[in-house]
Each structure stands twice: as structure tokens, then as C-alpha cells.
Design a protein. Structure first.
Length: 648
């Protein structure tokens, strides 16, 4: 069965590739087979002159008060092998020196071990091995980002604690010889791990002399492998950013590695080009996910400040694009530092600098990136380094957000921000493309969806992500149209899912109208199957907090009777009360939204699934309107819904 699944995945993947990409993949496979026959060891990589420095242009420090103690406690737990990552508790290690065991391969859910040193990395079938669990878990531990906290603990505890941090790295190397096992499969994971080691050195200083050869080999082997197997063509999304950034930063930190100058030049040129691919002209992340946008932004900003400190500054155009990305994310932040959860979110981080709530990652990244941009932009000479206050949420530094109505046309979102006495009302309307590149890996079929936050509370939400590789039917379901706040026709998805990170047919979406009082968009995702396109308009109330949502299906229906549903996922912090054509959604602090059906349909409450975090899934509520589209109706204005603020 697994062979069949693997073949089906490969055929779907190839169907989205260009001829040039197919040729590249063939050459890549030949190289992989050849590399698998060679017996690699760490001794192949450590014999170069010089040492290894830390992250250039970045200074780490502890916060103060309660959060400071939390960071130190996290360090102590890590040394004991007590981990909670992606919301999951790892099993207690059987040895105090857990880093010298097979703990690096254990899945915390299934308690099974992924393949290790006895298997060549590219022979690990992680995409179709759900019996081990979701590979994201084992990879998350092996990013080694917990070493930031361990290093900070060493600042307080002295040299012995610093030695333990490097002992952990040595233990990882013993368990994971070059290019063997699950932890060498992915370039983005290698990039994350590489930067974690450089962050550790930034905190505790030069590795002790007896550890230096190991660290030099670690850095050189990771740089070599990342450069040898880059994510290209349809895979050149955030993975490519991570890979090039890590190569650039590491080649600067270890200038003695082979071809360091060439690696620096290639990575810098690649990043200068990629920043304009990964973000639309208006700063919206091309992955169509605020958290992935923040993740890419963090890599670009960190690399930019490193480059300035190294005397190899990036161009003004590079930083101008980053400023646009920051601006877009500021528009998307609610008063609690959250963004609407749009598209995928795997809770990925580069430095894991805040170690605070996952909900506030975007806010923390915005503040960090602004600091990097200020230091690294050409002409900014008054400050030479970015101070990273680890363990402290940046929410206090974010400042008040913008207000008004703003459209990001090329990126595909319109944002309405209205101040009230109960906080800012944030209303987001999606008229965006499905996702980035041919496979749109992290996009969802959510065209013309809306999200509503008020103050620091979500009201209408996305269903979330749940799991990636082992999500199975849930992975497809939570990416599908029925899990989003839009119109579903005939139970169909707007775009066709072709794998856990792949789409075949992409719905085309466009902005039809934008003004301070009305926004309208459309998509053609239902035209092939049903003969109609979906149009949605948002009218903004001028005299009070509220919006009118109007849905139309325009065209010539091809079937005699097709059911439609318009639904809104209600945040778990809210309760719902129905009164015929009125649905009242109550949050807290006096916040409430009345949803009035102006077209004769009564509201229903249905069940939904809500995933507030990776590997977390719980029951939710969804308010619904239902009806039928008849072939003899032709183009039809289906429903008008009035969303307006009310009180308890």
C-alpha cells in the first residue's frame, strides 16, 4: 500500500513540474544515489583554518522578572531532557546524558523511533511513514533551538553549563553522522539547526578548545549539504530562504570553510532576488499565510543585519521590500498581537527569540525585523547591533496599529481596522491567490473568506492546520473550502487538493472594487463544475461598527439544483444564540456581533473542527445559512448578511 501511495504522490508532484524542473530532479536523484554509496564522516569536514564565530550583528540577553525566570527554567528542563514542543510533551529520557542516546529520533506521540544512523537520509520515506508519527515533531527537537535558553542559562551558571550545551551538540553529532537518518533529509531543518549553533556561540562565546573541532565540522558539513541539495523550482518557497540565509550567515561566521567567498556571493545574490519573489509588491507574503510571512521575514531580517555587520550590506531595495512586509503584518495584528490564522501554520521559528505564546510570534517578528532593518539599512550608523531580549514578549513595543481601510491588491487582502471603546475591530477579506508557486504548498481553499477579531479576541476564525504529513484526511479537510468563512457550492472545494502540500487546479481570484465604503472580489473555482463564479461584496457601515456581506453566483448553472452553504467559524471563546434570521455571537468584555440574514434564510448552528495549535484538534461551532441554486435562475444574488456590533 505504501508503494502505491508513494507512486501516486510522485505522479501528482511531477504533474506540477516544468520540463526544466524534471531534468533538475533527475540529476538530483543521480547525485543522491552516488552520495549514498560514499561513507561520509565528520572528519571529512573539520580541517579548515580559523574558528567559528556567532551571529554577527546580534546580541542576546535575558529579560527581567517572571519571563527571565521562565527562560532559565526552560534551560534547566532542556538539560534534563524535558521538552514541550509544538504543544507535545516528550517522554522522559532514560539517561541523564540523554543526548548520547537515541532520544533524537523518538516521536513524542507514537513513542516510536524514526530511522537513524543505520539508514541513508534520502532512503527515509518520511512522507508516507505515518506509523512513526508526524515528522514535524522529531524535526522540531532536532532544530536545537532550545540551546538558546541553555546558553542563556550558562551566562548565569558559568562554564560548566556552557560545556553541557556543547556536550549536547557533540551528542547530536554522534547520533547523527553526516547524511544518515531522518534528521538529514530536509534542507530547512539543517538550516535551522545551523543557525541555532551560531546563536549558542553568540551567547556563550568561542567553543572550548576541546569542542572546537566538532563545531567546525558541524558547520562545514551542514553548509556543504544544504548547498548540495537546494530547494529549487516548485520547492523554492520558505525552505529556499532558510537555506540561502543559513549558508550566508555560516560562511561569514566560518570564513575558512571551502568556497566561503563563493558561497557568500551566491547566497547574497539569491536572497536579493528571492525577497521580491517571496513577497508581493505590496509586502504580502506569497505563501498566503501571515505566520509563514513572518517566518520568511525573520530570516531575511536576520541575514540583513548579519550582512551589514560583516561589511557586505544588502541593497536598499532589499530593505524596502522588508519594510513593506512589516507594514502588511502590522495591518493584520489585533490588539493582543495575534493575526487571523490564514493558510498553514506549523509554528516555525528562526531564533525562537521570544519563547512566548505562539499567538504572538508575528508581533515579536515585526518588532525584531524593524530593529534589524533600522540597524542594517544603508546609512544607519548610530547602532551597530540588534539586541534580542529573549523571553520577553514584544507586544509592549509594538505600539498602536493603523486604522482605516487598506487593500493589498497584489497580495490579495483588504483590511478594515476600526477603533472602538472595546478595542480595534479587525476585519479581513481574502481575494488572494491560492498560494506560492505551482504547488501552492501552504495555501488553503479560502477565497473570499472573512476573519473578524475585536480588541484582543478572535470572533470569526479559520479552522487551523492540525497536522502536516500524518494529518491524512484531516489535512485535506482543514485546507478545504468547507473549513473557511466563505460560500461552499455543492460541497466542492474551490481548488483541487493533490496531496498534503500540493494543489492541481487553482481557483483564480480577483479584486473587483475597492473604496473606503465597499470592497468586492470574485473567484472562478466553481465555474468548471457548476458554470458559475462566486462574487462577494463587503459594504462598510459609515455610522456604526458593522459590515454587510453580499454573496452572488454569476453565470449559467449547469445542474438543475445545487446546494450551497455560507458559514462562519466561531472562535471557541464565543457563544452563539439563534433567533430565526438573527444569530448573536457573544465574546467577552461586552463585545458581541449580531448576524442578520436579510434574504429570508434562517441561521443554523453546525459543528466544526478547530485546531488552535499544531497537533491540537477540538470541537467548534459554525453558524450557517443553506439554500439551493437552480439552473433556471441563472445569475443570482443569493444572500445578504448584516454583521453589526451589539451588546450583551
Amino acid at each position: 500500500m505504501r508503494k502505491v501511495e508513494k507512486l501516486q504522490w510522485a505522479l501528482r508532484r511531477v504533474s506540477r513540474m516544468s520540463a526544466a524542473e524534471i531534468a533538475h530532479r533527475v540529476q538530483e536523484q543521480i547525485r543522491r544515489r552516488s552520495d549514498g554509496l560514499r561513507g561520509w564522516s565528520w572528519s571529512d569536514f573539520g580541517s579548515y583554518e580559523g574558528g567559528v564565530a556567532g551571529l554577527s550583528g546580534v546580541t542576546f540577553g535575558r529579560g527581567s522578572g517572571e519571563l527571565d525566570e521562565a527562560v532559565l527554567e526552560r534551560a534547566a528542563r532542556a538539560v534534563r531532557g524535558e521538552f514541550v514542543l509544538l504543544g507535545q510533551h516528550w517522554p522522559q529520557p532514560v539517561s541523564e546524558s540523554w543526548w548520547r542516546t537515541d532520544f533524537w529520533f523518538v516521536d513524542p506521540v507514537t513513542h516510536k523511533n524514526w530511522p537513524g544512523a543505520d539508514v541513508y537520509c534520502f532512503d527515509v520515506n518520511y512522507r508516507h511513514a505515518s506509523e512513526f508519527g508526524d515528522v514535524k515533531f522529531v524535526w522540531e527537537l532536532n532544530r536545537l533551538q532550545f540551546l538558546t535558553a541553555v546558553g542563556l542559562g550558562a551566562q548565569s551558571a558559568g562554564d560548566r553549563s556552557a560545556r553541557i550545551a556543547f556536550e549536547i551538540v557533540r551528542g547530536w553529532m554522534e547520533a547523527n553522522p553526516p547524511f544518515r537518518g531522518i534528521n538529514w533529509v530536509s534542507g530547512i531543518e539543517a538550516a535551522s539547526r545551523l543557525v541555532s549553533i551560531l546563536a549558542l556561540i553568540s551567547i556563550v562565546g568561542v567553543p572550548p578548545s576541546d569542542f572546537l573541532p566538532d563545531i567546525k565540522a558541524f558547520v562545514a558539513a551542514h553548509v556543504f549539504w544544504i548547498a548540495r541539495y537546494p530547494s529549487r523550482y516548485s520547492s523554492a518557497n520558505n525552505h529556499r530562504i532558510a537555506e540561502m540565509s543559513a549558508i550566508f550567515i555560516a560562511a561569514g561566521a566560518a570564513p575558512g570553510i571551502t568556497n566561503a567567498n563563493a558561497l557568500l556571493g551566491d547566497a547574497q545574490r539569491g536572497l536579493e532576488a528571492e525577497v521580491h519573489h517571496q513577497f508581493h509588491e505590496d509586502g504580502v507574503g506569497a505563501e498566503q499565510s501571515p505566520t509563514y510571512s513572518a517566518y520568511s521575514l525573520e530570516w531575511f531580517a536576520l541575514t540583513g543585519v548579519n550582512a551589514k555587520s560583516m561589511g557586505r550590506p544588502f541593497s536598499a531595495a532589499y530593505f524596502e521590500k522588508l519594510k513593506l512586509a512589516v507594514e502588511h503584518l502590522r495591518w493584520m495584528l489585533d490588539d493582543g498581537g495575534r493575526t487571523p490564522r490564514i493558510g498553514d501554520d506549523d509554528e516555525g521559528r528562526v531564533l525562537d527569540i521570544s519563547q512566548s505564546s505562539a499567538d504572538q510570534y508575528v508581533a515579536n517578528t515585526v518588532v525584531f525585523s524593524e530593529r534589524c532593518i533600522r540597524v542594517a539599512s544603508e546609512g544607519a550608523e548610530e547602532q551597530t547591533e540588534v539586541y534580542v531580549n529573549v523571553g520577553k514578549s514584544a507586544l509592549a513595543d509594538i505600539g498602536p496599529g493603523p486604522t482605516g481601510v487598506r487593500t493589498f491588491e497584489s497580495g490579495g487582502y483588504s483590511v478594515i481596522r476600526q477603533p472602538t471603546d472595546r478595542g480595534t475591530a479587525l476585519f479581513v477579506f481574502d481575494h488572494a491567490p491560492l498560494g506560492f508557486l505551482a504547488i501552492a504548498a501552504h495555501g488553503h481553499a479560502d477565497a473570499l473568506s472573512v476573519w473578524l477579531h475585536w480588541g484582543d479576541e478572535p470572533i470569526f476564525v479559520d479552522s487551523g492546520t492540525f497536522l502536516y504529513h500524518s494529518g491524512g484526511l484531516w489535512r485535506d479537510s482543514l485546507r478545504g473550502t468547507n473549513a473557511h468563512n466563505t460560500l461552499i457550492l455543492g460541497g466542492a472545494d474551490q481548488s483541487d487538493i493533490a496531496g498534503a502540500f500540493n494543489w492541481s487546479r487553482h481557483a483564480e481570484t480577483k479584486l473587483e472594487h475597492f473604496s473606503a465604503h465597499r470592497i468586492a472580489g470574485a473567484h472562478n473555482g466553481y465555474r468548471k463544475q457548476f458554470g458559475v463564479s462566486h462574487h462577494r461584496g463587503i459594504a462598510i457601515h459609515a455610522d456604526r461598527l458593522g459590515w454587510d456581506v453580499e454573496d452572488k453566483l454569476i453565470g449559467e448553472p449547469t445542474l438543475s439544483s445545487v446546494p450551497w452553504v455560507i458559514g462562519f467559524n466561531v472562535a471557541p471563546n464565543c457563544r452563539v444564540k439563534l433567533e430565526g434570521r438573527m444569530a448573536h455571537v457573544y465574546a467577552s468584555d461586552g463585545r458581541a456581533i449580531s448576524c442578520e440574514s436579510l434574504s429570508g434564510y434562517d441561521w443554523e448552528v453546525g459543528e466544526s473542527v478547530y485546531s488552535p495549535g499544531f497537533n491540537v484538534k477540538e470541537a467548534g461551532q459554525r453558524i450557517l445559512l443553506r439554500g439551493l441554486l437552480s439552473a433556471d435562475e441563472g445569475s443570482a444574488s443569493l444572500v445578504r448578511i448584516r454583521l453589526a456590533a451589539s451588546s450583551f
